[in-house]
Design a protein around this ligand. Structure first.
Ligand code: ADP
Ligand code: MG
Length: 638
């Protein structure tokens, strides 16, 4: 009974179908790091995506430089040195605005590690693309003289997502670049220093903040650049807190990062699939909102939250977050984790992207942590369940589609395997309830031969069905794999029909040999032929069942009998195995069966139409009752 109850074939089928799903995802640039993620992806209800690199191309270009002396526009291609410079003093490299911009770009370059380098005749980014763009900017402003020498940095305070800035000491000069909110308050004249009316530093801070808003609202990422000279000899050691203070603001850089063209369609696909999408970024609210508008991510009404004034109350924040198109800007890694927790608390199955070292906890917290293959850190990749090899948002949607397909396939072969279990258990029930007077139709070895012999390949074929066309057109499944509909199909319909045919075939052979219930057991050759008939019935019933299980709503002839090639091969193999199990003497003897009588065989063959008929009646009834509205679309022809 234990052997009959346990679907032995299920574990290998589940594993292999997840592996097939993972392989198909990999072919679409989505690398799954644990197999279960394939199934979880299918039920994703919310995607939190970052901006840079996922929604945008992460191909930065410094297009504006603002200094207190004026605003310059820079038009250049990629990371190359050539550019056209417009704005105040553009025609005259000796002009104040131009010189100020040169100083600013040199300082920003000193505080950067990434560089624009020439590779096979092409200028490309080495390291952080934003820093490469700063390098290119410095070269562009340096003019025909070309690239400045590499600054000799004696100490570097690297970027971290809480400080939001990076600084470097060259000689006795400290250069800082970073988010304006983080850098401008460190500049002299801002805040406490109010020493009377003509405070020009305070003025320029105000003007700078206005410029930040203006540049950011055009979708530019804005960096502030500042400098100070340090006391003491060159190369002296300093603590971070002592040096990043009393700075002089040099100005702002506005960087353009074009949105990915395909994102708009992918966002639409996510919405059609009933998945909400939000943006969670470390960038400025205006920049985030502008990119969200450009890509069509932002919802209406527009909700743009800022990290530093998120509501304290979890319920309030959760309610704010739980909407399609929400934008959360200037978040710290801790806030990202909080966002993930709250969305999950609202019942969402959450996929969250991240690329930084500090994103690890949030990626781990999310149901599906998504890391970037091209630009991300190893830490993020280690913490993730899914790695986007192309860093592209569209790839998440492709993975969700395959995840849904795999989920549907698991339901298919679950129905298939469990039906078999009903047929395997029934002989035992007859035997037990009759106190042993009704002989056992199937032996343990026969049951195993069904579960991990004849059943296995058709189940695998069901596990590799291609995604149905409608997979991304309906809302995420929120039901258990084994829901009422599946249970009904298995335990009230397909299973009993198969079992009924099986017991009919069995008794047909016994009765044909003159046996009646209660009488002495018939001779063993009769028992073996009867058992062979029961076994054949289950195999042939399962053959029909495999086709029936391809869809829960559409009968096999509407799907087309030949549209799953693998299933055809699997069914051929199943018939081959049946022949071996029945006719190859030693194997048949081991299983305790023999070829059925013509009468037994006739009943066994009748199992095929019987199962198909029961399945069709079920699907018709379901169709009549209206069933679930959408999913009548048959799977894609493969
Ligand atoms: P995103 O969500 O767009 O990836 P990040 O968390 O990478 O945002 O960056 C947040 C902010 O930190 C940026 O808007 C920028 O102002 C600042 N920033 C990012 N990288 C650097 C860096 N290398 N040096 C200085 N500041 C940086
Ligand atoms: Mg980033």
């Amino acid at each position: 009974m234990a052997v009959a109850l346990v679907p032995e074939g299920l574990l290998p089928t589940v594993t292999l179908s997840l592996a097939i799903g993972a392989q198909r995802m990999a072919a679409r640039n989505a690398l799954v790091r644990n197999l279960q993620a394939v199934e979880t992806l299918g039920s994703t209800t919310f995607i939190c995506t970052d901006k840079t690199g996922t929604l945008t191309q992460n191909r930065m270009n410094a297009v504006e430089v603002w200094t207190p002396a004026g605003l310059l526009g820079i038009t250049g291609q990629g990371y190359g040195p050539g550019a056209q410079i417009t704005g105040e003093g553009a025609a005259a490299p000796g002009a104040a605005a131009f010189q100020a911009a040169q100083r600013l770009s040199a300082a920003a370059r000193a505080a950067s590690v990434g560089r624009a380098v020439q590779h096979e005749g092409q200028w490309i980014a080495e390291g952080d693309p934003m820093e490469a763009a700063i390098d290119a900017l410095a070269t562009r402003l340096a003019g025909p003289g070309g690239r400045a020498a590499e600054p000799t940095v004696s100490h570097r305070f690297a970027f971290d997502p809480r400080r939001l800035r990076e600084s470097a000491i060259v000689g006795t000069t400290l250069s800082v670049k970073g988010a304006p909110e983080s850098v401008i308050p460190l500049c002299r004249g801002d805040g406490g220093r109010g020493d009377g009316g003509g405070d020009s530093a305070g003025d320029s801070a105000d003007r700078a903040l206005q410029m930040v808003d203006q540049m950011a609202s055009h979708g530019l990422r804005v960096l502030a650049v500042a400098q100070r000279s340090l006391p003491g000899r060159p190369g002296a050691r300093f603590k971070l807190e002592e040096v990043e203070t009393g700075l002089t603001l040099l100005g702002l850089i506005g960087l353009h990062d074009p949105p990915r063209a395909e994102v708009r369609l992918s966002l639409q696909a996510a919405r059609d699939a009933g998945i909400k999408v939000g943006m969670v970024t470390g960038d400025h609210a205006f920049t985030a909102a502008a990119i969200a508008r450009e890509t069509g991510l932002i919802g209406s009404p527009e909700v743009v939250l800022e990290g530093h004034n998120l509501p304290e109350d979890d319920e309030v924040l959760a309610a704010l977050l739980d909407r399609d198109g929400v934008v959360v800007s200037r978040v710290t890694p801790e806030q990202k984790l909080r966002v993930a927790r709250l969305l999950q608390h609202r019942g969402h199955v959450l996929a969250m992207t991240g690329d930084g070292v500090n994103d690890g906890p949030a990626l781990q917290q999310a149901d599906i942590g998504v890391a970037m293959g091209l630009s991300g850190t190893d830490v993020a990749r280690e913490a993730a369940d899914l790695v986007l090899l192309d860093d592209d948002f569209a790839t998440i949607i492709a993975a969700v589609e395959q995840g849904r397909a795999t989920y549907a396939n698991i339901r298919r072969f679950l129905t298939y395997h469990l039906t078999d279990n009903v047929a395997e258990l029934t002989p035992f029930v007859f035997w037990a309830l009759s106190g042993g007077r009704f002989p056992l139709a199937l032996s343990v070895l026969q049951i195993l031969a069904l579960d991990i012999g004849t059943d296995l390949l058709p189940a695998l074929a069901l596990g590799s069905e291609a995604p149905s066309k409608g997979a991304l057109k309906r809302s995420p499944e929120r039901r258990h794999l084994m829901d009422a509909a599946l249970m009904f199909r298995v335990f009230a319909l397909l299973g009993p029909v198969e079992a009924l045919m099986e017991m009919t075939a069995y008794t047909a052979v016994l009765f044909g040999a003159g046996w009646r219930p209660g009488a002495e057991l018939p001779p063993s050759d009769v028992l073996m032929a009867a058992s062979g008939a029961a076994f054949s019935t289950v195999v042939l019933g399962q053959l029909a069942n495999a086709f029936a299980c391809r869809s829960a709503t559409v009968p096999p002839w509407r799907l087309g009998w030949f549209t799953n090639r693998l299933l055809l091969w699997a069914v051929l193999a199943e018939l081959g195995l049946l022949t071996v199990f029945l006719f190859l003497g030693p194997v048949a003897a081991l299983l305790g069966q023999a070829p059925p009588t013509p009468g037994g065989l006739a009943v066994a063959l009748a199992a095929i139409p019987a199962v198909l008929l029961a399945d069709w009646l079920y699907k018709e009834a379901r169709h009549r009752r209206g069933g679930r509205a959408a999913p009548a679309a048959p799977p894609k022809r493969s």
